[in-house]
Ligand binder design. Structure first.
Ligand code: SAH
Ligand code: SF4
Length: 346
């Protein structure tokens, strides 16, 4: 466990500032931006080429970290779940995955989630609050620091942790802009993925912003009736409305959209549903990720068997659709998709 700031820290948040608005004059400002986003320093003491007096002065006005405490949990497969205690005592999580030289981090946009999907442990928790852009970014910065490398060495950032990013859009957009900013994380938009349960006005807004990040849509069913049973927000937006927004995103950005489909036994894994899904995707260059469902205590579901998933995938492939099965990592520490609910591993 690492303790960073005190819970009652009332200093201004350094990470809430754009690189061009950081304190100091041009040269100093560039140094501070480099300490934060290139070298991944999490406190003022670490910024050793700033004069000591200046560091002391800035430390009185600005906090560098958004967390009171961070607890890492390492999975047998190498992924690490980070449990962050925010300055108001609420908690959120991120998962760091170092596989095959492609360092990826899955971050959260909220504490909990208001969408209440029946298969998701975060949905079961309910809504805590939205995270600020600074809190979203600091999940990345702290994890890279803890792993001993520059935040810029991360290959992928996925907004697939706790929360629905399109329901916290202003802060999420601010955080994404900092990921892409040349003095921020300097990432290519291709390496940033935003996953949504499907909020049409948010998808249109994202298209308008022209950030060209990758969009992943959590569809999970090809028919409104099934979708409404497992995703409460599906009562508000039909699949047709959501797909129209997704087609618009594709035509504006040229970015191939990913469709996520968590396989739930007896609910969305029937043969007719695979065929119907293929029909929805005609003319849209989409990649389908079938996600084996990750169990959590008290969940009202069972996952589709491995054979069932392969059969479903084969039907989609026969229709000419690109499909992959995303076997999750980190199940042993509750770090897999949909298991994020602040439970400490046993
Ligand atoms: N709110 C956003 C992003 C966070 S959820 C969204 O819903 O897309 C990230 C992904 O994990 C989604 O595709 C979600 O459907 C999936 N997921 C949720 N619970 C799961 C579980 N128990 N097993 C496997 N995938 C799950
Ligand atoms: Fe929220 Fe996504 Fe979980 Fe649904 S699947 S409850 S939208 S985090």
């Amino acid at each position: 466990m690492e303790s960073l700031a005190s819970q009652s820290d009332s200093r201004a948040s350094l990470l809430s500032l754009e690189p061009e608005n950081l304190p100091g004059q041009g040269y100093r400002r560039g140094q501070i931006a480099a300490w934060l986003y290139d070298k991944g320093t999490t406190d003022w003491e670490g910024m050793t080429d700033l004069p000591k007096a200046l560091r002391g002065e800035l430390a009185q006005q600005y906090r560098v970290s958004e967390f009171a405490q961070v607890q890492p949990f390492e999975s047998k497969d190498g992924s690490v779940k980070y449990l962050y205690t925010l300055l108001d005592g609420k908690q959120t999580e991120a998962v760091y995955m170092p596989y095959a030289g492609r360092k990826t981090i899955c971050i959260s946009s909220m504490v909990g989630c208001p969408a209440g999907c029946t298969f998701c442990a975060t949905g079961k928790m309910g809504f805590g609050r939205n995270l600020t852009a600074a809190e979203i970014l600091d999940q990345i910065l702290f994890a890279a620091h803890h792993q001993g490398h520059s935040p810029r060495e991360l290959r992928n950032v996925v907004l697939m942790g706790m929360g629905e990013p399109l329901l916290n859009l202003e802060q999420v957009l601010m955080a994404i802009r900092r990921m892409l900013h040349p003095q921020g994380l300097a990432m290519s938009p291709r390496r940033v993925t935003l996953s949504t349960v499907g909020i049409p006005r948010g998808i249109y807004r994202l298209a308008e912003e022209d950030l060209e990040v990758r969009l992943a849509l959590s569809l999970h069913a090809p028919d409104d009736e099934t979708r409404q049973k497992i995703i409460p927000t599906a009562h508000r937006y039909s699949i047709a409305e959501i797909m129209e927004a997704v087609r618009h995103y594709y035509s504006q950005t040229g970015r191939r959209v990913t469709l996520e489909y968590t396989m739930l036994k007896g609910i969305n894994d029937h043969e007719w549903q695979a065929k119907s899904l293929a029909q929805h995707l005609e003319g849209l260059s989409a990649h389908i990720n079938l996600i084996p469902w990750n169990p959590w205590e008290g969940a009202p579901h069972q996952g589709t068997s491995r054979e069932g998933i392969m059969k479903f995938a084969a039907i989609l492939e026969r229709q000419g659709l690109p499909v992959s099965v995303r076997w999750s990592r980190g199940r042993d520490v509750g770090a897999a998709c949909g298991q994020l609910a602040l439970k400490q591993p046993a």
